[in-house]
Each structure stands twice: as C-alpha cells, then as structure tokens.
Design a protein around this ligand. Structure first.
Ligand code: FAD
Ligand code: FES
Ligand code: FES
Length: 1437
C-alpha cells in the first residue's frame, strides 16, 4: 500500500490512500500501479491488454460495439451485480475492485460459449464488428437471469446497433435462451411459404407437424404423438418444458429460424447446452475487498481511497481521487474546488471526447457508499444521488409494486420514462445526480422530477446540508442552483396524494436510445368532486432549461378548479400551452412548430389518459385506448418481434444452395476475427490524424505546422508538397490527395499529422494552424440547381415523344420528389495500416476497403512507385455498403505517404466523427416531374429531371446517376418518357456508392410521384402499380427487353400470402374507428439491374491452390464485408472440386494473388468471382479426374498427392467476363444489365398521429434470387438491406450546419434503426421452383446485396398511407407531398389537426430563418464548432 502521491495537502484528510488499481480481467487479477488516468477501459483492453475482441464503433456510448460485462459486489445491496457497460465511456480508473469480462473471457472459436455459438450458427453475425457487443449484452442478461423471457431478451439489446443483419437473426438466436421460445413457431409449406403454426387452447403453438399433440383434438402422445420417432429422443414438444436446457432452440427456434429443415436441425444438434453454473465466478477476494474484510496482516491489499497523480505533462487528467465516504468526498471537493465529479461518465466522457473539455482534477463518486442508499419514509423516498439509473428503475418498480398505483403516480411515471432513457449499457452506469447536475434542457428525468415536486438534497464540507426544490434547481442554460463545494447526495420524491394523476411523455427521433426532442412530466390532483386542486406541468425541449408551464398550470385550476373531465379544461390547457411554450421559428434546436405541437399533443394525451372513467375523453371524441404511454411507443410497439423465413429445403446440389453459416461467424462471435485496427502493433509503428478544413469552401493561404511539430511525440506533418508522385486521383482525376490551393468542404483533410501515439497525433492536428480565405459555398442540391452549379455530364433516356404525349394526356400533374442522404454507418470505421518492407519501395497496405486494386494503384501513384511494389491486403471489413468502394482509398494513400516519409509502419484509423465528416454518403436526389395519365391512373407520359447532390468531386456520381436514371421506371410502363439526369456540384464531401447505388433513389422518386398521381385520381398506389406494371416482353426506357420477368408473379403470390386485400379492409376499418392512431399499408415492387455500369469492371478472377494434404486455398477478387461472399465462394469451390466444404479456405483478398480486381460492389461479386472460382476449380477437377477415376474410393488428399507426384500442377487461375452487356448512353443501344433481381414487399405500420412515432407491425417480402448459392445468407442480405432501406426513408436524417460543417457526426444524432424498429412480424420468403433457363449466372443464382434495399421504402409509403388516412379524417383530400426521410416531425406535421393549426407560425415570421435545426443538446456536443454555429441552424443536404 502506498500513501497518496497525488497531493500532499490531501493526505492528512484522506488517511491511508492507494495509487494502485486492482481488478480482475477474465478471471485473472490485474494490478496497475499509477494507471493512465486518461485511458478508457476500451483503450486499456485493446492496446495494453491486447484484447481486441471488444470493438470501437463510436466512442460515445451510442453503438454498443464496445460492450463488456463488469461485475462488482454492491455493499449496499449486498449482492454481486453484473452490468453490461460501454467500455469506450468507462474510465479505466473506475474498475478498481471489479471483475471485467470481455468476449475473450467466454470462449474461443474452437470452444465457443453457448451465446457465441448460437449467434454465429443462426446467422446473427455478418460483418461481425457488432457481434462481440451483442454477445456481451446477452451474456450479461443470462448472468443476471439464466431464464429470461423473450421480452427480456429483446430489451437487452437496446444499447447495441447492427448495420448488417437487420437484427432478426440476432433476436432469434438470443431467444433460444428464453423461456417462451418453445411456444412460438412457424411451419414451412411445400410451396416454400410459411404459415404460423396453429395454436392449441393453452396457447401453445405446437411443433409445426400436422396433428401435433399440443393442439386440441390432435393425436396424443400415447399413440405416437405427432413427432413420431423424434419423440423418443425427447423431440416431442409436449415433453419439453420452458427452461429445459436441451430445448433451448431445438424444436423451437430451430424450427422458427429456418423451417426446421435438415440443415437447421443439424445446426441445432450442435448447440451447446447453456449451463449457468459453469460461468466464470466472481472472485471471492473482491467481495472481501469491497466489504473491507481483507486480511489486515499485509497479505492482501485493502480497498482504500484512490489518490493518483499523473506524471505526463501532456496528460489531461493530472490528479484523480476515488473517495469511499461522503466526508472524504466533501473534504476533497473543499480542497479542490475546481475538481470535476465523475459518476457514470456518460455526460463527462462525451464532453471530453466530442467537446474536447479537459478536467485536470477528477473525483469518481460512484463508490461513495452514502450516495448509494435509498431511504423510504411515510411521505417520500430519498434516492441516493449516484445510484445507477438501472437500480433507480428497479427501486421504482418495487415501490409501485409495494404501494400500489394510487400513491406511486410519480414513481410509475419515472419508471416508464427510464425505459426510454439511453441504452442499457448507459443506464447501468449513469446516475440520477449526473442527469440533474448536467441540467440539460432535454433531460428525461428532470421534467418528471420537477412535476412530481421532488427536491434535491445538497451537502458541503463542514456538515452544511440543504434542500432545493427541483422547480428552483435550474437557473439557466446548463446551470443549476448548486454552490461551489456542494454535492448532490440524494433526491427526495414524494408519494402521491389522493387524487393525484401523473404521466411522463417523451418523443425522440428513434424510439430506443435517443435523446428527447420534447419530454415532459405532467401531474394533476383532482379532489373528490373531480375538480383540479393543483397541477404541475414540466417540459423539456421547450426552453433553455427544464421549465414549468405555469400559465397552463394556472389554467387547470382557474375558476376555482373546473372538473378535470370537462372538455373546456382541455381546450384551455391547449391554448395555454401553445401561448406559453410558443417557439420562435429560428429557435436553437429548430423544429419550432413540431416541438410546440408535441407539447400540445402530450397535454391532450395526458388529459385523456388520466380521466377516471374514460367517459370524458369519449365525450370529447377521444379514446384513451388510442393514447399510448407517450414515450414513443404505440401500444403495440413492444410486441415481440417474430421472424419467419421460408424457403424450400430441397437443393439441386450437395453444397451450393446449402444455408451454411458465415465462414467466420464463430471467429467474429468470439472476438478472434481480426479487423485492421485489431492487428498487433508493428515495431516502430506511428499513428496518423487528419487536419480538417474549417470552411466549406476556401482558398488555403498558409499552413503553419510549427506549433504541432513542437508537441511531444509528433514526427511529421505532411501537406500536398509532400506527395512525391501523383497528387490527383479518382476516376475523373478531379480530386487531390491533399489540397494544394483550395478546400472544397468543411472537414476535408488539409494536412496529416504523424506521431508516436494516436493521442499525440490528434492533439497535434488541432495545433496545425491553417489560414484561409473563405469563399462562397453551396450545400444543397436545390441551391446548386438554382445557381447552375452542375457537373458537365448528363444522362438521358428518351422513349417516344414525351412532349406530345403530355400535351395529349387527359390529366397532367407536376411536382417534385426528394430523398435525402444516408450515412453508411458501417460499424468498423475506415482504417489502413501501411507497413514498409524496407527495400525496393515495397509496401504492404492492410486496408478496410472494398477496392484493393484501386487502393494499390492510388497508393503507388501517390508515392511514384510501380504498382508491383505495393500489395493491398484485405482480411475483412466491419461493413462497407459501398462506403469503402472508393472513399477508403484516400485514407490508405495517407497511411502510405506517411510510411513512405518516415520509413515506419503507420496506422490510420478514423474516429467515427472523422469518418462521417469525410467519407461521403448516399446521394440525395431531387426530381422535378410532369406526368400525364388517364382517369384510371394509367401513365401516358413522363418528363422527369433528376438531380443528385454529388458533393465536391465526381467520385462515382456518374455511375450513380446512370443507375438512378435507369431505375426511375422501377416496374412500370411509363408511356412516352424523357428522363434526364444531372449531378449538382456542392461544397460537401463527395457523395459516393451506397448499397443500391442510385437505383433506389431513382425508384423512390418515381414511386413518390406515383403516390401523388394516385391521390389525384382517387385510387390507391397499389392499384396504380398493378395497372402500370410491365409485362414479360416489355421494353424498358433503356431498350432492354424484360424476358426473365417475375414481378407480376411475385406480386400475385405475395398479395395472396400476405392477405393484402383482407388486410387493406382491416386497416381501413381500424382507421375508421381510431382518431389518433392510424394504420397504413403498402405493397411495393422492385427490379434491380445487375452489372457494373462500366463494362470493363464486369470481370472476375481467382487463383486456386490444392495442397497435397487435400486442403484447398482460394483467392479471388472479391472482398468480405459481412455479406458472406467468401462463404459462397468456398461453396462454389467445394461443389466444383467435389470436396467437403471444410477443405476449402479463403484467407484474404490481396493484390498479389488476385490482380486487377473490380471493386466488390454492384451485387455482382458472387457472379463475377463465383464463375472465376468455378472456372479455376473446373480446370483442377479436370486435371484430377484421371486420378479420381483410378482411385474412386481414395480420399481427396491421396488423389491430390498422387497427382502432385505425377508432376501435375495443382494451381489454377480462373477468369470470367460477363457476356452480352454494354450500353451506349449516347445512342441508347446495347444491354445495360445482365439480368434483374426482383422482389415485392408488403409493409403495415401504425402511426401515432399526435407524435409521429410509428411501429412497423408487419412486413412480408417475396424475393426472386434465382437458385440461391446460400439461402440463409441471401435471407440475411434481404433482411439487412430492407432494414437499411427502412432507416434511409424514416429515421436517418443527414444534416449540416449552414456554413457547411456536418452536424450528424455519430450515433448521438444520426439514428440508424435499432432492434426495436424492425418489423414486429418479419416474413421473408424466396421464390422457388422456376427453371431459370435464360439465366446464365453461376449455378443460376442472382445477385442479392443491393436489390432488397428499396423494399425498405415500403415502410415510408405505408406511413404515407397512414398520414393520408389522418388527413382524410380532417377533410383534407389534396395530394400529399412528403419527402424522405419521414421523420416523426415530418409525419406529425403532415397529420393536420387542431393542434397543428394552433402551432402554425405565420409566413412573415419565418422569413430569413432556417427551419430545420435539430436537437439542442447534440448541437452543443459538436467538437470544433463555434458557439455561434452551435446555436445555429441546420439544413438538409
Ligand atoms: C449514449 C448516451 C445516451 C444518452 N441518453 C440520454 C437520454 O435518453 N436521456 C437523458 O436525459 N440523458 C441521456 N444521456 C445523458 C447522460 O447519460 C445522463 O445525463 C446521465 O444521467 C448522466 O449521468 P452520469 O452519472 O453518467 O454523469 P457524469 O457524466 O458522470 O456526470 C455528469 C455531471 O454530473 C455531475 N455529478 C455527478 N454526480 C454528482 C453529484 N453527486 N453531485 C453533483 N454533481 C454530480 C458531474 O460533475 C457532471 O457535471 C445520454 C448519454 C449518452 C452518452
Ligand atoms: S464504441 Fe462504445 S458505444 Fe460505440
Ligand atoms: S454484423 Fe452487425 S454490424 Fe455487421
């Protein structure tokens, strides 16, 4: 034990202290003397401990990739507590006395934990970057509760994001551990469609076999049961009970997941039994350590106050204390008045990372026992200030259960509110006091506490104590009534009085893990006569602080207290709320009208929900039953998610077509899979950071690197002058590697800093001083079009005489369609590691890229060396989605440059905000159209001008435009048409490829238009879709005949299997009876052309080696980004060679084994590389044929060895070039696409018209994927792409500040769908049984990566349908113009009603103001943004 090294003046007050951190890591004790005070647990794990299974996805608590389990002995609760925690926000110094378990602590690929195994084998891991986080969340749940319900399982992932899978397979795999799983299920019919199993009277669904003994009147077990022979082996569902270990997933989700075919059964047979008793134990020593009962004879360390000083002059935190008692804490605070208290670090950590706040003295308060107590008295409950929000929720639930509803109105409101507070990992560490002290105007808890009449207990050194009512706590923006030296010690919440009613409401962009737009706590007390005795209405998001709406409170009790049920009271309240909480159009945070509308809507909900008997709202034309809990979840929103996947288990081939799991799934689930940043450091390795441009458009006058070079650890600062070779890159060569004279978007890398550590590089990047001359900037596509800022290229398709047809059309409509940008949000950010070989300019570049060849070529050109000296190697990517097709190349070139200049390996891995600032997005598209049609809605003529926002350079924009223009027709005959496309040049990052590559934008633009035509003719969009649908043999505007045309068949089959007509009627009936909740339905088709638009890219290559032990190594030109390409290629190789799948291995994609590769893109990689692999293997098979014939029973190894001894080459290369294609855009001739992948989706949604929140109730997809190479992987691509499309058109809003910096820089303010956003009932089926005679692809399969993405827009159009129902109810029948994404704001404001009318801001008050500003809190969080900017407004691109 050491005495404090922190500060001698403290040691007398602190008693004996320690500077030693003691904790357990995966069962082993770790002792760190004087730990790095700035290090997070994640940094420690990944760099110091070398445990790279835990991933860095965002560094701000928003993605869950870094989830670990931390166990501790809670001395107050006197039990071991297991908590999932975001390691990225967890300071290392907080883990003293705890047990940290990472994904490596569970199992290995050879011996996985049951959780790892089931997620892997049931297809829950695609790119795998999120997988360790999901594993740890589920593992933590099981450690706390080995028998969770399905509901528990779904909820445990509310802090984890996955961008690949669409969550369904993760949920299904996880539910194999749940109690109720055995009751669920579907049956796969002979035609490949799925039906829900019939239910018995006890609700059991049976096992799916006709006559299951679980069903009434069915054969009973005693005569064999339904399961026949399976029953004997314990397979009868009747014999199995919830919780039976071997039932987990067996006849349960095995059947659910993949139709219980033989493949799945064999997977299930491999499931490990989950045995909670065999888990790593909590070290008994840590219990003694926590209790302070360790041996005092010096043989065991004691838990003491930690007092640690940092040595490094560049350290951010210089002094750190961890007190154990309140007295010590108060004494420390008195001695260090400027010290920062740190509790869960969920606010402080984000401030440090994104706002670059620095706190030299930090005091960790969560181990202070007095701040962890909960005291109950007759009148109130005082909650310890720093109890975690997780425990707060449990305590509240227990209070509600113990005291009943009448006395616990406030407790129940707080409990409900907490469910939508952040994700589980945050709630497990974040505290009550942390939320209050932060004083955020959109805090979730503060309004509820304020309305409840709660008070904060404060203490200071010397025994001073006082209480401050929550109503008096907030004195200004992020300021509280706390005095220097004061600490919050408790929060007193009173029991409700008789007649009190209380609710909390919150609306955010996304339901789970999102901060509020508006939040509130509303309370009334009603006397025995039903009159309002008093009221408290507190709102967040309506002012710079949490506020009480005092006018509204007065209105509630006016006239001596009117009856609460009186409709006049409601009208008075709405008037008062609107008057009092009215926002200026240009208010910080924006959304002025929406926020005001939410305040009114919440009041209306509260009024309706809190009527004693429901009579009053009915009298007012409202139904309490359609008012949700206001926390963003329509009442069915929390229905469990069910996935059903249907495909015939019949296969034509032994291996191809088999639904085998992703080849690396087990490595990914165990954390063994290596991504670029997981590679161990190479000797002498340096780190690289970017110097971002401060302006959207500027002349660079000077770059002063001297201040940066003076900082410790900085090795070089590189600018354009340091590019020895070609400084231009990109296919149009219109971009510089580093800018010479101008910058073209805010955030563009102006210079690079290379340093010994990442921290040093990032600090120095801030010190580089760049002088600019700011120039005018254009940011949006609309502005660019208005100003004529367009690239030269034009792409046009013309059929017939559009002008004449328009003139002759009976009806003509003109309008606009728009769809916004989308961030790829691959979980693994861009990364590259350049390693010089030290001779002959040789360089290895390990990169996270979809494009190894372009990476190699650009690196070589920038260095001025032959391409043969540079090898680009790609093991795998943690997602790509097009974002790493071209933009990744630049980062690799940066690393190569730095390695070239320093002669040392250089690692360049971007933080999430750097990645989002620089990587380019999906192109936003604007269309201006004039359409002619007849009275039935038959399209006769179309003229459409399409504009994309290309950003500052061409990148792939021309290809994206071509695909957009050639997909505008989607599945319809357009009549005479003229579709002309241009690319806007703006001062934003260069927009790039994104799954769908313009195709989905083109289809979206037309479908939007079609909906408006449907409105105009008074028919449904589905009627118009069917009416205008292509028939086989029709010719598209790009002159391609539709022969392999299956959309009409898909349409008809899905209409039947989804019962579209019946559900249309049901939706209409529901809407007729529901005023504030509307359902919407959409059936949407897609056809997606497969081929690269650039002809030469349509080629693939492979190199195959057979070794003499019978193992086979395949190299091909495609990269693995989670889509399962390598898995499919091993299947093709094994099938062609006639060897077991396990014999074939793909190690990596490298330019020295596969040269001149095409990017892995365009959904064509299986086609191109599959044939190349097949061709190579066919050569080898032919060479080996004589040996096989000679030794028919010999194992393959013997065959191979014998051939080798005969001097037969066991290596072959394969090449493939797609035949027939090649389209001439000038002449409009030739074949653009090799074939079309086709599909249809039906989506049903439910919309809360008061808030704009929605639930996707059900989605059915029927997809034509040809003869699938791997049906399970294809289903995974369909579900994942659909979910991305759903996000693109609903929650994902990409925003800039007006001067150009990007606003949406991380998961905090950019919302991809979470697990709770996916359809509650998600049914995916593959079209089976067609001969595909004309399909000349590898094994007649079809590309699948991109085509299903557009089907996600069916959710958008279903929401549009729901909005139309709401508008019709209000008598508004005009065509509805609605743009993507349909955020809650857009949806709610489109649902015109009396509240929307009340909040409308007159046009004169809007002039000159930008409306689309977003969330107050997150605006502040942007690092490097000026205060004026932070208060500014935001515009969409
Ligand atoms: C991903 C993410 C999601 C989030 N979602 C939400 C959300 O949905 N709703 C919401 O309201 N907030 C949200 N937050 C914000 C944050 O989690 C909460 O404000 C949380 O309650 C802060 O608690 P903490 O213990 O982590 O505070 P810390 O970050 O440790 O501290 C915050 C402030 O409280 C002070 N403090 C801590 N303890 C005391 C004490 N005893 N006395 C005096 N001052 C003290 C600290 O000095 C600091 O100023 C989110 C944050 C993240 C990172
Ligand atoms: S990396 Fe920690 S939550 Fe994203
Ligand atoms: S598998 Fe989840 S992010 Fe890729």
């Amino acid at each position: 034990m050491t005495v404090s090294t922190a500060d001698t003046k403290d040691s007398s007050q602190l008693g004996e202290t320690s500077s030693q951190l003691l904790f357990y890591l995966n069962g082993s004790r770790v002792v760190i003397e004087k730990p790095d005070l700035d290090q997070t647990l994640l940094q420690y794990l990944r760099t110091t401990a070398g445990l790279t299974g835990t991933k860095l996805g965002c560094g701000e608590g928003g993605c869950g990739a870094c989830t670990v389990m931390i166990s501790r002995y809670d001395t107050v609760e006197q039990r071991i507590v297991h908590a999932s925690v975001n390691a990225c926000l967890c300071p290392l110094y907080t883990v003293d006395g705890k047990h940290v378990i990472t994904v490596e602590g569970l199992g290995t690929a050879k011996n996985p934990h049951a959780v790892q195994q089931r997620i892997a084998l049931l297809h829950g891991s695609q790119c795998g970057f999120c997988t360790p986080g999901f594993v740890m969340s589920l593992y933590t749940l099981l450690r706390n509760n080995p028998n969770p319900t399905e509901h528990d399982v779904e909820e445990c992932f509310d802090g984890n994001l996955c961008r690949c899978t669409g969550y369904r397979p993760i949920l299904d795999a996880a539910k194999t551990f749940a109690e109720q799983a055995w009751k669920a299920g579907t049956t796969v019919n002979a035609d490949g469609t799925a039906t829900v199993r019939a239910q018995g009277s006890d609700g059991a669904a049976g096992c799916g076999v006709d006559g299951c003994c679980q069903l009434d009147g069915a054969k009973k077990e005693d005569d064999g049961g339904c399961c026949g022979a399976r029953g004997a082996g314990g397979g009868c569902c009747k014999q199995k009970k919830p919780g039976d270990a071997d039932v987990d997933g067996a006849d349960v989700n095995g059947a659910d997941v993949n139709g219980a075919d033989a493949e799945t059964q064999s997977v299930i047979a491999r499931f490990k039994k989950y045995d909670a008793s065999s888990e790593l134990i909590f070290p008994p020593f840590l219990i003694r350590y926590a209790k302070g009962t360790t041996a005092l004879d010096g043989s065991e360390p004691q838990r003491r106050t930690l007092a640690i000083a940092s040595d490094g002059s560049e350290a951010w935190c210089r002094q750190f204390f961890r007190p154990l008692t309140l007295d010590t804490l108060l004494a420390l605070l008195a001695a260090h008045p400027g010290a920062k208290l740190v509790a869960g670090n969920s606010e402080v950590g984000v401030e440090m990372r994104l706002k670059r706040a620095r706190f030299p003295v930090q005091i960790f308060v969560n181990d202070v026992a007095e701040l962890q107590h909960v005291r109950e008295s007759a009148a109130e409950v005082v909650f310890g200030a720093n109890i975690s929000l997780e425990r707060f929720g449990r305590e509240l639930a227990a209070l509600v259960a113990a005291h009943g509803g009448e006395r616990t109105q406030a407790f129940a409101a707080l409990r409900d509110n907490l469910r939508f507070f952040a994700g589980r990992q945050i709630r497990n560490v974040a505290t009550l006091a942390g939320n209050i002290a932060t004083a955020s105007p959109i805090s979730d808890l503060n309004p509820v506490l304020m309305a409840a009449g709660a008070a904060v207990e404060l203490a200071a050194a010397g025994g001073a104590r006082r209480r401050v009512a929550m109503a008096d706590m907030f004195t200004g923006y992020r300021r509280t009534a706390m005095r220097a030296g004061e600490v919050i010690v408790g929060v007193a919440v009173p029991f409700s009085r008789p007649g009190e009613r209380m609710r909390a409401f919150k609306q955010a962009k996304r339901r789970d893990d999102d901060i509020a737009i508006v939040t509130c706590g509303l309370r009334v007390r009603v006397d025995a006569q039903g009159r309002v005795a008093d009221a408290a209405f507190a709102f967040g998001g309506m002012a710079p602080t949490t506020v009480l709406a005092r006018q509204a409170m007065a209105a509630a009790t006016a006239d001596g207290g009117a009856a609460w049920g009186d409709a006049a009271v409601l009208a008075r309240l709405l008037d008062a709320v609107q008057a009092e909480l009215r926002l200026d159009y240009g208010v910080p945070g924006g959304m002025a009208e929406y926020r005001a509308a939410l305040a009114g809507s919440f009041m209306l909900k509260f009024w309706a929900l809190t009527q004693a008997d429901g009579a009053a709202p009915a009298a007012a034309g409202l139904h309490a039953g359609e008012m949700d809990d206001g926390l963003g979840a329509p009442h069915e929103g929390r229905a469990l998610c069910r996935g059903r996947q249907a495909y015939a288990s019949v296969r034509e081939r032994a291996i191809v077509g088999k639904g085998v799991a992703h080849a690396s799934a087990l490595q990914q689930a165990t954390g063994e899979a290596r991504y670029v940043d997981d590679m161990p450091p190479t000797r002498g390795e340096l780190h690289l950071a970017l110097v971002p441009a401060a302006h959207a458009h500027a002349r660079v006058l000077a770059i002063d690197a001297a201040p940066a070079l003076a900082l410790p650890g900085v090795v070089r600062v590189l600018t354009a002058a340091d590019v020895p070779g070609e400084n231009r890159w990109n296919i149009f060569e219109d971009e510089e590697v580093l800018p010479t004279t101008h910058v073209h978007y805010a955030g563009q890398p102006v210079a690079l800093v290379v340093a010994e550590t990442l921290r040093a590089a990032q600090a120095a990047a801030l010190a580089v001083h760049v002088t600019y001359e700011a120039l005018p900037a254009v940011l949006t596509v609309r502005d660019a079009v208005a100003q004529g800022a367009l690239f030269a290229e034009e792409r046009a398709l013309r059929t017939g005489d559009a002008a004449a047809a328009l003139a002759a059309a009976p009806h003509v409509l003109s309008g606009e369609s728009y769809c916004g940008a989308q961030e790829h949000f691959y979980l693994e950010t861009m990364g590259a590691l350049a390693v010089p070989r030290g001779e002959a300019d040789e360089l290895d570049v390990f990169a996270s890229t979809q494009n190894p060849t372009e990476t190699q070529m650009v690196c070589a050109a920038a260095l001025g060396v032959p391409a043969s000296r540079v090898v680009c190697r790609v093991k795998r990517m943690g997602g790509g989605f097009g974002g790493k097709e071209s933009r990744s190349v630049l980062l690799a070139a940066f690393a190569a440059l730095a390695a070239h200049h320093t002669g040392r390996p250089v690692r360049a891995v971007l933080d999430r905000d750097d990645d989002m600032r620089t990587s380019g997005q999906r192109h936003p598209f604007l269309a201006r159209w004039t359409v002619g049609f007849d009275a039935a809605g038959k399209l006769l003529a179309l003229r459409m001008h399409v504009f994309s926002n290309g950003g500052f350079s061409h990148d792939l924009s021309v290809g994206v435009l071509e695909r957009a223009v050639s997909h505008v027709d989607n599945c319809y005959r357009l009549g005479a048409c003229e579709i002309v496309g241009r690319i806007a040049r703006t001062n934003t990052q260069s927009n790039t490829a994104f799954r769908g590559f313009g195709g989905c934008q083109g289809m979206f633009l037309l479908e939007s238009m079609l909906c408006e035509v449907a409105d105009a003719v008074g028919r449904t969009p589905e009627q118009l879709r069917a009416l205008n649908m292509y028939r086989a043999g029709d010719v598209t505007p790009f002159a391609q005949r539709l022969d392999d045309w299956n959309v009409p068949l898909l349409w008809q089959r899905l209409a039947e299997s989804s019962q579209f007509a019946e559900r249309r009627a049901a939706v209409d009936a529901y809407n007729a009876g529901s005023r504030h909740r509307k359902r919407g339905l959409c059936m949407l088709p897609t056809k997606f052309g497969i081929s690269f638009g650039v002809k030469f890219l349509n080629q693939g290559m492979a190199l195959v080696h057979v070794y003499t032990d019978g193992s086979v190594l395949v190299a091909h030109g495609g990269t693995e980004m989670g889509q399962g390409l390598h898995t499919k290629m091993t299947q093709v190789a094994a099938e062609t060679l006639g060897v077991p799948l396990a014999s074939v291995f793909i190690s990596e994609t490298a330019t020295n084994t596969a040269a001149n590769t095409s990017p892995t893109a365009a959904s064509a990689s299986s086609d191109l590389n599959g044939f190349a692999v097949h061709n190579a293997c066919a050569v080898l098979a032919e060479r080996l044929r004589p040996y096989r014939e000679r030794m028919p029973d010999a194992p393959f190894a013997k065959v191979a060895r014998t051939a080798y001894l005969d001097r037969v080459s066991l290596t072959a290369a394969g090449h493939y070039a797609t035949p027939d294609i090649g389209f001439d855009w000038q002449r409009g001739t030739g074949q653009l696409y090799f074939y079309f992948t086709q599909g249809v989706a039906v989506a049903e949604v439910e919309l809360d018209t008061l808030t704009g929140a929605h639930t996707t109730r059900r989605v059915d997809i029927l997809m034509d994927v040809g003869k699938s190479l791997n049906k399970a992987l294809d289903i995974g691509q369909i579900e994942g792409a659909f979910t991305q499309g759903q996000g693109w058109t609903t929650t994902e809003e990409f925003l800039y500040f007006p001067r150009g910096p990007l606003f949406t820089q991380g998961p905090g303010n950019y919302k991809i769908p979470s697990a709770m956003d996916i359809p509650r009932d998600f049914r995916v089926a593959l079209l089976e049984g067609l001969p595909y005679e004309g399909l000349k692809t590898i094994y007649s399969s079809k590309g699948i990566g991109e085509p299903p993405l557009f089907l996600g827009a069916s959710v958008f159009f279903a929401l549009r349908d729901a909005v139309m129902a709401a508008r019709r109810q209000e008598g508004v029948d005009a065509p509805l113009h609605i743009e993507s994404p349909a955020t809650p704001e857009i949806l709610r404001m489109a649902c015109v009603d009396q509240i929307v009318d009340r909040v409308a801001i007159p046009a004169a008050q809007k002039e000159g103001k930008v409306p689309n500003s977003r969330d107050i809190n997150t605006i502040e969080v942007q690092g490097g943004i000026s205060p004026e900017e932070a208060r500014g407004y935001i515009i969409t691109a």
